[in-house]
Write a protein that binds this ligand. Structure first.
Ligand code: 13P
Length: 261
C-alpha cells in the first residue's frame, strides 16, 4: 500500500514544513502497527524539496518525490532539473505523466517515456500517471487511452526496472473536481492495467505492479477505494495539503492493507 501526496503548485516554505511535520508527528499512531505494509511519500514543489528532505526520519518508509524531472544530465535546459540534482537533495521518487503535465503543459507520451527511462536508469522510483479525459470516457476510449499511455510510458523499461515503477490511474475528470471514480469504475481500470502489464511483461510482473488510484481521494472515500482488490495505494492531491485528511487517508490505507493478503 503506497499513499503519496502530490502537493502540486501549493504551499509556501513554512506551510510545506508544517504540513510534513504534522503528518510525520502522527504517522506511527495512524499506521497502527501496519508500518511494514504502508509506504508514504510527499511530493512538494521543487523549491521546498530541501526543506522537506531535512524533516524526513531515517529508516521509515517515507519518501521524498519530485513532481517533475528532465531526461538530460545537465546543460542548457533552462528551468529543468536532472535526476542527479533531485537525488542530491534527497529525492528517491519522481512523478511522470501527470495529467496536468500532459494536458496543461503539453507533455507527449514520448517525452514522458524519456523521463521514465532516465529516472529508472539513474535509480529513481517512478510513479507513471495515466488516465482518460471525460470526453474519452464518454467515447468509450477509456481502455484505449490507458493502454496507449501504459505502453508508451513503459517502452524500453526492462523487466528488472519494473520493480521501481508504480502506475497511478488518475482519470482526468476526477482530478480536483470532487468527483471520484466509483470504486467499481476504478477497480475495472486497475484490473485492466494489471493485465496489460502482465501482457507486456509476464503474469508475475502484473501481479507485482503497484497501481495507485488518484482523483479526489478524500478521507470519506479512501477506505472503499483502497479496499478494491487491484488498488494498491493512492496519489492524493487536494487532501494531501491538510494534515488530518492526509493522515486519515494513510489510516485507511493501513486498514485496507491489513485486510488484504
Ligand atoms: P486531487 O486529489 O486534488 O483530485 O488530485 C489528484 C491528483 O492529481 C494527484 O496527483
Amino acid at each position: 500500500m503506497f499513499i503519496a501526496g502530490n502537493w502540486k503548485m501549493n504551499t509556501n516554505r513554512k506551510m510545506a514544513c508544517t504540513l510534513a511535520n504534522g503528518v510525520l508527528d502522527k504517522l506511527d499512531s495512524v499506521l497502527n502497527g501496519a508500518a511494514d505494509k504502508v509506504e508514504v511519500a510527499f511530493c512538494p514543489p521543487f523549491v521546498y524539496l530541501v526543506d522537506v528532505a531535512g524533516l524526513l526520519p531515517e529508516g521509515k518508509a517515507v519518501y521524498l518525490g519530485s513532481q517533475n524531472v528532465y531526461f538530460e544530465d545537465n546543460g542548457a535546459f533552462t528551468g529543468e532539473m536532472s535526476t542527479a540534482m533531485l537525488k542530491d537533495v534527497g529525492c528517491t521518487l519522481v512523478l511522470a505523466g501527470h495529467s496536468e503535465r500532459r494536458h496543461v503543459i503539453g507533455e507527449s507520451d514520448e517525452l514522458i517515456n524519456k523521463k521514465v527511462r532516465k529516472s529508472l536508469a539513474d535509480g529513481l522510483r517512478v510513479i507513471l500517471c495515466i488516465g482518460e479525459t471525460l470526453a474519452e470516457r464518454k467515447a468509450n476510449k477509456t481502455l484505449d487511452v490507458n493502454r496507449r499511455q501504459v505502453k508508451a510510458g513503459l517502452a524500453g523499461v526492462t523487466r528488472e526496472q519494473l520493480a521501481n515503477v508504480v502506475i497511478a490511474y488518475e482519470p482526468v475528470w476526477a482530478i480536483g473536481t470532487g468527483v471520484t471514480a466509483s470504486p467499481a469504475q476504478a477497480q475495472e481500470v486497475h484490473a485492466q492495467v494489471r493485465s496489460l502489464v502482465a501482457g507486456l511483461y509476464d503474469t508475475a510482473a502484473g501481479d507485482a505492479m503497484q497501481i495507485q488510484y488518484g482523483g479526489s481521494v478524500k478521507p470519506d472515500n479512501a477506505l472503499e477505494l483502497l479496499g478494491q482488490p487491484d488498488i494498491d495505494g493512492a496519489l492524493v492531491g487536494g487532501a494531501s495539503l491538510k494534515v488530518d485528511d492526509f493522515l486519515a487517508i494513510i489510516a485507511a490505507g493501513a486498514k485496507a492493507a491489513a485486510s488484504k493478503k
